[in-house]
Design a protein around this ligand. Structure first.
Ligand SMILES: [Zn+2]
Length: 336
């Protein structure tokens, strides 16, 4: 009997419960993914459509939806008949008829629409290649939560497969900083789980569930699936970790308010050197040369409502994991 082999990435919405991406599990940039709804009511399907459209706003991936079997195959096949689980990232068996995603939570009468939207955004994040935030190489809260995830995963899978232990270990260990692309660790990422503080070292309060894409989720999507004008070199392979492919950066302000960006180290452009810049809505900055594979910056809207920083300190971006000789960093905020 065919087992549910991919049911290892689950949306844990029970009381216990950016972004990091596996680059070679991405779909080809610019893809339109065909989504075949195998069952479900129009209301459930609408939640998925809305979440997919949200991701599409921030990266170069789009979705096409159908309730009939598509002649040319399907990239996602969604059923609402079993507990939530998603096949991770890109795959090639587009002519199969079996589900690649289950979303039974969307049939629940006990969850709010906002929470169902969260679940759809989270599962679609896995489809795009985004990992759980608790596997981030810089996850700051110790290993208790990973061990707990390992235990609950084994309990779920032990009746279904014989190698539950190794499967669960493979999806619940910290990700290697050299084989994943990671953006700054983000408490607010849609890829994080709500988590009780008792599982978190050096943290006194719970991780609350995030209901929307965070600013860093949006930036990670934009960098992982760049629109054409971002000038990235397209490749599915990782760059040599010793070489700095991305040697210049620029910013674009996609927040509706003016933003001030401050750099920890002086950057240089063709015309000047600077430690800060001011950008109005949709304004692009000059291109600045990087002298190291790291970029430290913080940014703040002029009304003080949005900031991009790490507890008041500078955000640290390791640009060496990015591709292309130029990276444009969009400054999104929650209402972008
Ligand atoms: Zn998940």
């Amino acid at each position: 009997m065919r087992k549910l082999l991919f049911l290892i990435i689950t949306a844990c919405f029970l009381p216990l419960s950016a972004a990091v991406i596996t680059p070679d599990k991405r779909w080809p940039n610019g893809s339109t993914l065909t989504v075949w709804f195998l069952d479900g009511t129009p209301d459930m399907q609408h939640i998925v459509k809305r979440a997919a459209t949200t991701w599409s706003r921030f990266g170069n991936i789009s979705f096409r939806f159908t309730r009939q079997k598509p002649d040319n195959g399907s990239h996602l096949r969604i059923s609402f008949s079993r507990y939530d689980g998603t096949r991770f990232g890109a795959h090639s068996d587009i002519h199969d008829n079996t589900a690649t995603m289950y979303l039974n939570s969307l049939a629940s009468s006990h969850l709010s629409d906002d929470y169902k939207n969260r679940i759809a955004l989270h599962e679609l994040g896995h489809v795009l290649g985004f990992e759980h935030e608790y596997r981030h190489p810089h996850w700051p809260y110790g290993n208790h939560w990973l061990k707990q995830q390992q235990v609950s995963c084994q309990q779920r899978l032990s009746d279904e497969v014989s190698d539950a232990k190794s499967r669960c270990e493979s999806v619940n260990r910290p990700l290697d900083a050299h084989t994943s692309w990671w953006f700054p660790y983000d408490d607010h990422s849609i890829m994080n789980y709500p988590t009780e503080a008792k599982w978190l070292e050096d943290r006194s309060h719970d991780l609350e569930p995030t209901l929307k894409l965070s600013a860093l989720d949006k930036i990670a999507m934009a960098a992982s699936y760049p629109f054409a004008h971002h000038q990235y070199i397209q490749s599915t392979s990782l760059p040599d970790s010793d070489s700095l492919l991305t040697n210049s950066i620029s910013f674009i302000n996609r927040c509706p308010y003016p933003v001030t960006v401050r750099f920890k180290a002086t950057l240089s452009s063709q015309s000047n050197k600077l430690t800060s810049l001011y950008l109005t809505h949709l304004q692009q900055s000059d291109q600045y040369q990087l002298v190291s594979p790291s970029l430290h910056f913080k940014a703040l809207t002029n009304n003080g409502l949005h900031q991009w920083s790490d507890d008041g300190d500078y955000l640290h971006y390791d640009i060496s994991h990015w591709q292309g000789n130029h990276a444009q960093i969009p400054l999104y905020c929650s209402n972008s």
